[in-house]
Each structure stands twice: as C-alpha cells, then as structure tokens.
Design a protein around this ligand. Sequence first.
Ligand SMILES: Nc1ncnc2c1ncn2[C@@H]1O[C@H](COP(=O)(O)OP(=O)(O)OP(=O)(O)O)[C@@H](O)[C@H]1O
Length: 309
Amino acid sequence: MNTATATLASKLSVGLHAEQAQPSASAHLQGVQVDFGAQQVLRGIDWQLLPGQVVGLLGRNGCGKTTLLETLLGLREPTAGTAMLFGQPVAGLDDAARARIGYVPQQAELFEWLTPAQLLAYFRSFYPQWNEAKVEGLMSRWDIARDKPIARLSGGQKQRLSIIRALAHEPDLLVLDEPVASLDPAGRRDFLRELVEQVIDRGTTVVFSTHILSDLERVAFNIAFLSQGRIALQAPLDELLESCRLVTGPSSQLQTLLHVRGAARLSAQALDGGRERWLVRFSEGQPALPGALPTQAPTLEDLFMELTQ
Ligand SMILES: Nc1ncnc2c1ncn2[C@@H]1O[C@H](COP(=O)(O)OP(=O)(O)OP(=O)(O)O)[C@@H](O)[C@H]1O
C-alpha cells in the first residue's frame, strides 16, 4: 500500500458504525424504508457517512442501490424514516447545502444539444465556487472535445463529462451511481486516482456503487454490503479481509469455535455430508489463526457472494 493509500485507509477507518450517530455526519439515514407498490426495496436502513469517508456500495442487481442513493439525496421520498444531509432534513435543504453535493447518476443526464463547454458554463452559474483549473485539467486529460454536441460523444466520454461536472464545484459530498460502468480500464484508474486526491486534499465524503470489485481493492475503501433491503455490513476492506475467514465443518464444531473465539457468524452455507461453510468474523485484535477446521481467507468476491444473498 503506498503512503497516499495508507493515509486514506486510516482516514476511512474512523466512525464506521451506523448506531454511533455523529452530529457532524455528512449524511444520516434513520429507519429508511422504500416500497414500490407491494415490493419492499429498502427495509429500515440506518446508515451514516462521516466526513472524509469513502464508501463503496455493493449489492446484487436490483437490490436497491440506486433507490438508496436517490433517497439519500432527497430525489426519492421514503415510505418511512428520515434522511438528513449536513444536519438538515433532505426535503428542505437550503441552497448552501445543495451546493455542497455532487451527484453522478447511473444514466448521465446531460443536455445533449449543448456542447461540453456550454454545459459547464451553464452549471458554473449556479455555484458559489467552481474550480476552473480542475475542470480544464480533467477536460484535457480525459480528452473531451469542448465544442462537439454532447449527443455525439461516446458513452464513456459522456460519463467522464458527468464526473467532471460533479467535481467542478468542489462538493463536500460526492454520490456516484456506477460511475465507471462505461469507462475503459485506463479511465477507471484515472477516475479512482482523482477520487483519492479529492479525499486527501479536501476531505470529501464519497459514496459510490459499483460492480467492479477490483476497483475497490485498489484503493482500500470502506465497503457497505446492501442485501435484502438493509446494510448487512460496513467496514474497511483491509479490516474485513484480515478478520474474516471461511470455515468448514459440522455445525456443532463451528458453533463451538464461535463461542471459544468470541467470533460472529456472518453467513452459512449447507454443504454435502452434513457439513456447513460459515463466514466468520473474528473480533478486533484477535488474529484469525487457522484452527482444527479447514479455514480459508476470503477474497472480496467471496465476501460479496456471502453477504449479498
Ligand atoms: N420507479 C420504480 N418503480 C417501481 N419499481 C422500481 C422503481 N425503481 C426501482 N424499482 C425496483 O426496485 C428494485 C431496486 O432497484 P434499484 O435500481 O434501486 O436497484 P440497483 O441495486 O441499483 O440495481 P442495479 O445494480 O441493477 O443497477 C428493483 O426491483 C427495481 O425493479
């Protein structure tokens, strides 16, 4: 891990638990429930994002990531519960608080008849602060034609433009819904570098959903797993990889292991021959040493498979 990433990782390990409500939280959701007709998509989300945290939101297709991010931003009214941004109810945010938010939606909503230069000039007029040097730097680095109608840009170029628009006014909270879906590997790497710089330089709070697990591994983000309408688990990735193990054996022996080691079971799978495979999280400071039962360190993909069923 390089120094920048280590600094970032240490920043990220602060204040991870939703139950320890912090008055300074950038975003705070309490008991948020969202139903679409009879379908309960979010089932009582308690969640907070603290200044400088970078959270990768993981979950299977259709589990409610977009719904959660839209509710957090006040774009969708919850069926029950409350959403606060910067200490204000999201439904009644004042202009100053709005100006502190940057959002990259899953489908870039750009005015396609404008050129990138016109679009950025239009948005610049709404914000009290605008980092022209950053905009110009990213437009050149990401090779976006300034004077071509947006309709004629490629999907990846539109996504990059949407990211530039969201970063330009130096938001304190950046919400990105699958921001790298149309970016090539070089574009994704560049985007992640920009995010890391943003967090280290400005202490920006970032939450983004993605299906590209290798991107999260590269920057040691906090990971939040959304499953069955709830945040099943949130923790720094390094800590999860260190403290979790997949352990296989008869359930009575697995139960004893939990008891003796004071560990927690995160998931369980039935295997052949009456054995089970459990994802076990050992407590802090207690190394997850291999015991008598077959034990395997999980990858992020294993964690995803186990925690997002
Ligand atoms: N406006 C809507 N009306 C009815 N159902 C909706 C609406 N928006 C989303 N849903 C449903 O809510 C569920 C969650 O959708 P959402 O888009 O939040 O999932 P997601 O985790 O972002 O999915 P993906 O990973 O595929 O982008 C899905 O079953 C979807 O069909």
